[in-house]
Design a binder for this molecule. Structure first.
Ligand SMILES: Cc1cc2nc3c(=O)[nH]c(=O)nc-3n(C[C@H](O)[C@H](O)[C@H](O)COP(=O)(O)OP(=O)(O)OC[C@H]3O[C@@H](n4cnc5c(N)ncnc54)[C@H](O)[C@@H]3O)c2cc1C
Length: 442
């Protein structure tokens, strides 16, 4: 079972039309809804399960600039600005705090890469530095095996995933958005090269603009429109500890484990590597697209053949929109956490940081990350289908960038000047033969 998420009730009235329909009530969908509603645009958000039921409540909560792909620099800088003002802006708590995030460098070669990255980030207005020796201990006390060097971004922070998207959804509603939960979008009706309506399980909503922010389901949603977005799922497991009086304030990634302090006094802990990609029919279809990424992740990403193969095989088949959809059959994607890895990480953490010795693991869960071949999201209109906007593929780091991405979606949907240049996020990069890859060596 996933973590307990602050509940957002559904609106009861079903609107037959809107200016914009958003498919998906994760951090991207709710942020888009907020910034659209605040511009006076009539927006309806449809979520098949509950708000933040999938990735957006299951993540580590890191809002980080550190180690970002340079293609995301401008957007993450804007997202952090929005996070810092978010609670005041919406009049509710998302749990955002500036805590700093530290990435262990292990060796000099890695430290040199971090130095080079910091210079590139500085040119984009993001300040991070490589700390050495005692400097590391100042921001991360209590380590029995002090790091030689580490990348430190003092302006990074965290929000609480179990309450951030719900708080933003409620704010969007106060600004005029309609929020429908338990309301799957079965498909998107198109005609004459444009979107016409979202076909939901409760009826049809006519709209000139439809935003698909369906996380790990986006590939499946777009498939019905004849678009084959290379997107695969990666399972990642997390746990939380019992509350502790003490412990580091900053968040840390250190290979064997990663952690960050929670508002309830405990820590969210995960293995710093060791995610798992189930082998599914799409693994073969997109093999060449993902090959560069797989080569880079060799050693930390495990491929597994399990029940997901048959599930996704079955789910891929097109269904008439007057029948129950695959989205209603799985209201919340809730994979089993990886128990072995989780125990190893927690043990490694206790050895390194004795302050955790008395803490207990009180809950564990997993989520499916929506990965693209270059680990950069798609935030983009679609050639040939006017009115369709896709916002997906955040590849394990969409929570932190979420408000910025939502703002950009709102710009696209309202015809405003975009908050950042969206070129790097165009969907066409996957269809024009350019085969984009992740940035090597970060
Ligand atoms: C274990 C884990 C750790 C992570 N850690 C971090 C981190 O520390 N920092 C960070 O920045 N990112 C992190 N991420 C990634 C981050 O959580 C995601 O990138 C982000 O939440 C994506 O938001 P989203 O709105 O696109 O997708 P989601 O939160 O997955 O939301 C998509 C929503 O769409 C709904 N939906 C799908 N299809 C339909 C349909 N047909 N009709 C209606 N609704 C539909 C789904 O039910 C779902 O609620 C992590 C992810 C995981 C799994």
């Amino acid at each position: 079972m996933g973590p307990q998420v602050v509940s957002v009730a559904s609106d009861l009235d079903f609107p037959p039309s809107a200016d914009v329909v958003i498919v998906g009530g994760g951090i991207i969908g709710v942020s888009s809804a907020l910034y659209l509603a605040e511009r006076g645009i009539k927006v309806v958000l449809c979520e098949k399960g509950h708000i933040a039921g999938e990735q957006s409540s299951r993540n580590w909560g890191w809002c980080r600039q550190a180690k970002r792909d340079p293609r995301e620099f401008d957007l993450i800088r804007e997202a952090m600005r929005l996070w810092r003002g978010m609670d005041a802006h919406i009049g509710a708590s998302t749990g955002f705090k500036t805590t700093g995030i530290l990435f262990s460098a292990f060796d000099e070669a890695k430290a040199a890469k971090f130095e080079a990255w910091s210079k590139e980030a500085a040119a984009a207005g993001i300040h991070a530095e490589v700390l050495r020796g005692a400097e590391v201990g100042n921001v991360m006390p209590g380590d029995t095996k002090p790091m030689q060097a580490a990348l430190w971004c003092a302006t990074d922070g965290k929000a609480e995933p179990q309450k951030a998207a719900p708080a933003i959804a409620e704010a969007a509603r106060r600004a005029g958005a309609v929020i429908l939960t338990d309301c799957a979008v079965r498909g998107i009706e198109t005609g004459g090269g444009k979107v016409i309506a979202a076909i939901t399980e409760r009826g049809r909503i006519v709209a000139p603009t439809i935003v698909v922010a369906g996380g790990a389901w986006t590939r499946r949603i777009l498939r019905d429109l004849g678009l084959h977005l290379p997107q695969l799922k990666v399972r990642s497991s997390v746990m939380r500890t019992s509350p502790m009086d003490d412990g580091p304030r900053a968040a840390l990634w250190d290979g064997d484990f990663a952690f960050r302090k929670r508002d309830d006094g405990g820590y969210t802990v995960a293995t710093g590597s060791g995610s798992e990609a189930p082998i599914v029919p799409d693994s073969f279809r997109f093999f060449a697209d993902f090959l560069p990424a797989m080569k880079m992740e060799i050693g930390s990403l495990k491929l597994r053949l399990n029940g997901r193969f048959v599930t996704e095989w079955r789910e891929a088949a097109a269904r008439p929109y007057d029948q129950i959809s695959v989205y209603e059959e799985t209201r919340v994607l809730d994979p089993e956490p990886d128990r072995a890895n989780r125990g190893r990480s927690f043990d490694a953490l206790k050895r390194r940081f004795p302050v955790f010795a008395g803490s207990r693991m009180v809950q564990a869960w997993a989520g499916f990350i929506d990965a693209t071949p270059d680990a950069v999201p798609v935030i983009s209109p679609v050639d040939g289908i006017s009115g369709l906007i896709v916002a997906t593929g955040f590849s394990g780091h969409g929570f932190g960038i979420g408000p910025g991405a939502g703002y950009l979606v709102a710009d696209m949907a309202s015809g405003a000047r975009p908050i950042v240049d969206p070129h790097e996020f165009r969907i066409s990069r996957f269809f024009d033969g350019s085969r984009p890859a992740p940035v090597a060596g970060l």
